[in-house]
Structure formats: C-alpha cells, structure tokens
Design a protein around this ligand. Structure first.
Ligand code: GDP
Length: 410
C-alpha cells in the first residue's frame, strides 16, 4: 500500500538513557513487526533472522535511520534518536519529528541523569510518552522505585498499566490492569505468544487497588468515569482507554508498561500500547512556519496532504556513496521528480527518488504526504534542519536550521 491512512500512522521514537535497553527494544520491535509483515509469505523465521543479521552488520537500522513497520492496522515509523548526552542537539532535532515516544528505563538502575535531560527535552516539544520499565528479569529489578523516581525527578504522573507476574528470572508475564487479565508470555517459535489467563485469586485485591489508581487518573479526563467511580459502578475498559489516551496526548499522563526486551517479553503489549495511546500525525499540534513576504509572517500548518508543501530534512547521510535525506512532511505532498525550494539557502532542489524504509527493505514510493516520513535521493545541498517547500510559497520551519556536515556510514 502506498499511502497508509493518516490515522493509522505512528511516528515514534524510543528514547532512553544509554544501556537501558533502547537498542534491544528496537530490535525486538523490528523482529516482531518484520515477522508479522512476512506472515503471509513462505519465508520462515530463519529468513527474518538473516535479514536482521545483515541489518546489524551494516549498523543502519538501529543506529542511524528510520524504519517503517506494521503492527495490527497501524504503520509505525520508528525514528532513531541518539541516546548519548553529547548528541543533545540531534536529540532535539529528532524529538521534533516525533509525534510520540517510548521512554525506556531499566528496572535495576532506574532514572539516571541522562534520562532526565531527554525527558525534559521531550517536555519542551510536548511529545506524548509511554514508559517501558525494562530488565524486569534482572536481579534487583524494582519497578516501584522507578515509578517513584518518575514522580519525584520529572514531576510527572506515571500510570501503571500492568503488574508483574513472577519476579526477576521468573518474570513470566503481566497482569493487564485495563483488560483485567493475565498476559502470560510463552517463548515458542523464536518469538513470544501472549496468552490471556484469569487473574489468580490471591492477586485480586492488589489488582483492584492498582486499577483504582488508574481509574482515578483517567477520571481527570472523563466526567462519566468520575461519576461511575464515585457511584461504585464498573468502568468500561474502552472508555478507560480513551480517557487515558486524552491524558497522554495532553502530556499529563504517562502510561507505564513492564517488560524485558532481552527475552522479548512485553514487546507485544508495548506495541499495542503505542497503537492505543500515542497520536497519529492528525492529532499532532500544528507546526509553526515562517513565510517571507512583507516581513516575516507566521503560519500554522496542520497535517493536510492538500495544504501548502512543508517538509523538514531531519537527517542527512551518505549510504554507499549516495546522499540520503530523511524528510518529515508536515503539510502538502512531496512527489518523486518534484522541484522543491530550500528556503534556508534560497536554492531550488529536485527529488530524484523517494523511499519508505521498511524493517527489511527499502520501498520506492511516488509520493509522501503530510504525516509521512520518507527518505529522498537527489537533494544535493540540503542539510539537516532545512525546510523544503514550493518555490511559489516558500516556508521555513521555525528554529533548528543549523548547518552540519553530512554523516557518512562508511
Ligand atoms: P542501549 O544502550 O539503551 O541501546 O541498551 P542495549 O539495548 O544495548 O542494552 C544494554 C545491555 O542490557 C545489553 O547487554 C543488553 O543485552 C542488556 N539488556 C537489554 N534489555 C534487557 C532486559 O530486558 N533484560 C536483561 N537481562 N538485559 C537486557
């Protein structure tokens, strides 16, 4: 399919302190979604692993790019964000193109200073976030401590969506507090299957009080839930999910999931949460662009494929001698072969080819619409941070137009 529906797109990044497990989580996400992409074909799991090994050898998928993968009915564009403090400007640039993010914390090490700086940057760009408390299988894993740290150090409101089943090496699943069921991870067929089971009687009280906390958080975003809760009526789970989503989009609530990326555990519920709670580009706030005319005027652009063309080059690098420019299209539609205007440099540029980068291949596409992430070949002098628009309607996105050298993978 050339154009996924806009409401089915999730432009997200995985952000974390170094060593918390970002790379492992990203790999698992690609493995899972890459695998499901191939489901209808004759390839078996081994073919998927071959592809992963190649990608790892080239170091491209995980370390330096954007990958589109499919989960259920959604297209997830996974945008790489550097985790190291030295790349703060780069982190800021990539945060700007994210509509949502998954913040990974280690259940053992907890919140660290780098996690704090990335969190505050994400606050600045108002990026809605989910949290994954990773390494739940490790000795000393303590998710409650991480929750407390999120409250104290970020002054944020985390909402726990799951309770663990089993501790440390015996971490075997989670209790899903919204659906009120146990999700047991079984490690069959190289991946994992999530099977739903009934909650054991001895955990019912604990689940009830954890769910109450969740409902109280959701009640701030839905009066009906508040009334149901106060009157002791059952709260409908789809209504609960919708209210939590509102809280997430307003950057007021941060749902928390538990997992262990190393052992694949918890990645499927995480993907489900990305689809359920993080926004599509249609729900992202309009971007502010400056128009040259009688002095500089500002213009707010919402995600409209028929609007004035406005795309941001957020990453430029050279791959096998070819310059590849990653674009986030905010408004309008970019076509292969189209002439564009680089407002920051006052230059015309032509896009030779456009691609969507999949987990396991590069797909040529004819057009990228508002909300899409694509890579382009043919843009000669475009640098990271430049805005591309139509010559007759030049626009420059506010800020970040800082020249930087082309990154080479060679
Ligand atoms: P990054 O620096 O954030 O990208 O972290 P990595 O994904 O490279 O992970 C750092 C280390 O932690 C590696 O040795 C991983 O194998 C290990 N690791 C990642 N996730 C888990 C997990 O859930 N459980 C355990 N036990 N180890 C993990």
């Amino acid at each position: 399919m050339d154009h996924p529906p806009l409401q089915a797109i999730r432009n997200i990044g995985i952000i974390s302190h170094i060593d918390a497990g970002k790379t492992t989580v990203s790999e698992r996400v690609l493995y899972y979604t890459g695998k499901s992409h191939k489901m209808g074909e004759v390839h078996d799991g081994a073919a998927v692993m071959d592809w992963m090994e190649q990608e790892q050898e080239r170091g491209i998928t995980i370390t330096a790019t954007t990958t589109s993968c499919r989960w259920r009915d959604c297209w997830i564009n996974l945008i790489d964000t550097p985790g190291h403090i030295d790349f703060t400007i780069e982190v800021e640039r990539s945060l700007r193109v994210l509509d949502g993010a998954v913040t990974v914390f280690s259940a053992v090490e907890g919140v660290q200073s780098q996690s704090e700086s990335v969190w505050h940057q994400a606050d600045r760009y108002r990026v809605p976030r989910l949290c994954l408390i990773n390494k739940m299988d490790r000795i000393g894993a303590d998710y409650r401590r991480v929750l407390e740290q999120i409250v104290k150090r970020f002054d944020a409101r985390p909402v726990l969506l799951q309770l663990p089943l089993g501790e440390e090496g015996d971490f075997a699943g989670v209790i899903d507090l919204i659906g009120e069921q146990c999700l047991l991870f079984s490690e069959a067929d190289q991946g994992l299957t999530v099977t739903a089971e009934a909650i054991p009687a001895e955990r019912l009280e604990e689940v009830r009080s954890a769910r109450e906390v969740l409902i109280e958080a959701a009640a701030d975003f839905d009066d009906q839930i508040l009334n149901d809760f106060l009157d002791g009526r059952t709260v409908d789970s789809s209504r609960l999910r919708a209210a939590l989503r509102r809280g997430v989009l307003e950057c007021q609530l941060f749902p928390v999931l538990l997992g262990s990326a190393l052992r694949n555990k918890g990645i499927q519920p995480l993907l489900d949460a990305v689809v359920a709670f993080l926004p599509s580009p249609l729900e992202a706030p309009p971007v502010r662009a400056l128009v040259e005319g009688d002095g500089l005027q500002e213009r707010f652009l919402s995600c409209d494929p028929d609007g004035p063309l406005c795309a941001l080059a957020f990453k430029v690098f050279s791959d096998a001698g070819r310059k590849l420019t990653y674009l986030r299209v905010y408004s309008g539609t970019v076509h292969a072969g189209q002439e564009l205007f680089n407002g920051a440099r006052g230059q015309k540029e032509k896009i030779a080819r456009l691609f969507r980068m999949h987990a396991h291949k590069r797909e040529r596409i004819e057009a990228a619409r508002a909300g899409d992430i694509a890579s382009a070949v043919g843009l000669k002098d475009v640098l990271t941070g430049d805005t591309l628009s139509a010559e007759q309607e030049p626009l420059v996105l506010e800020g970040l137009s800082v020249p930087e050298p082309v990154v080479s993978l060679a």
